[in-house]
Design a protein around this ligand. Structure first.
Ligand SMILES: *[C@@H]1O[C@H](CO)[C@@H](O)[C@H](O)[C@H]1NC(C)=O
Length: 207
């Protein structure tokens, strides 16, 4: 089975005509029969964009509100000239614990513990969760790593305690909102609800 990611680039240039170009990029078929899915895309100021690709793990069946995806971080970077660069780095190499690869459906949202954002000039910010005891949500911490576009880890930092929903004492990933500064070189803002209060935490990060 051949799977093709159809990428459509719309380049909207101020004060000139807008341009649309189409090209196709073919994903390699692995032993996993599930198709690659584009989970998220984001872009930098120079119109380079990336797609975060996930594949459902065909060895782990879905169960109550949880979908397991393959334990890779898969990024396809698409440059304005149509070149595509791909990397697939395993969870082991990145040091991301396996429980991050379960996408949870909770409070009307698909919550992937692994989120990727475009920061600075062509760096990726990857947020994920670290647990010292998987069975104890009070030990869950949100971390972020900075990767270059070849998938090399440049740094890792603790960003805060993970959000735990007081109802059912459930860990709720993807509750933080991360917004790059208008000048991406100056870092990003992170807004996150605080467990058991009505407070929102606002943090500024310089990358
Ligand atoms: C991990 O957390 C569970 C649930 O709170 C607890 O029963 C267990 O003793 C903890 N394990 C360790 C090694 O602390």
């Amino acid at each position: 089975m051949k799977l093709i990611l159809l990428i459509i680039l719309f380049l909207i240039l101020p004060a000139t005509e807008s341009k649309t170009s189409y090209f196709t990029y073919e994903e390699k078929q692995t032993e996993n029969p599930n198709p690659p899915l584009v989970y998220r895309t984001d872009y930098w100021d120079d119109n380079t964009l990336f797609a975060q690709i996930v594949r459902k793990d065909y060895l782990s069946p879905n169960n109550a509100g949880m979908t397991w995806v393959e334990r890779y971080l898969s990024i396809r970077t698409i440059y304005p000239d149509g070149n595509v660069e791909a990397f697939d780095v395993s969870a082991d190499v990145l040091g991301i614990q396996p429980f991050n690869f379960g996408i949870i459906f909770a409070l009307d949202l698909l919550r992937n513990p692994i989120q990727v954002y475009a920061i600075k000039n062509n760096y990726l910010l990857v947020t994920y969760t670290v647990a010292t005891n998987i069975s104890d949500v009070t030990t869950y911490e949100d971390w972020a790593m900075v990767l270059d576009l070849s998938g090399n880890v440049r740094s890792k930092s603790f960003i805060g305690q993970a959000y735990v929903d007081p109802i059912g004492n459930q860990w709720l990933p993807f509750t933080a909102e991360i917004t790059p500064n208008i000048n991406r070189d100056k870092g990003f803002l992170r807004i996150v609800p605080k467990t058991t209060t009505n407070d929102l935490g606002l943090q500024q990060f310089i990358v």
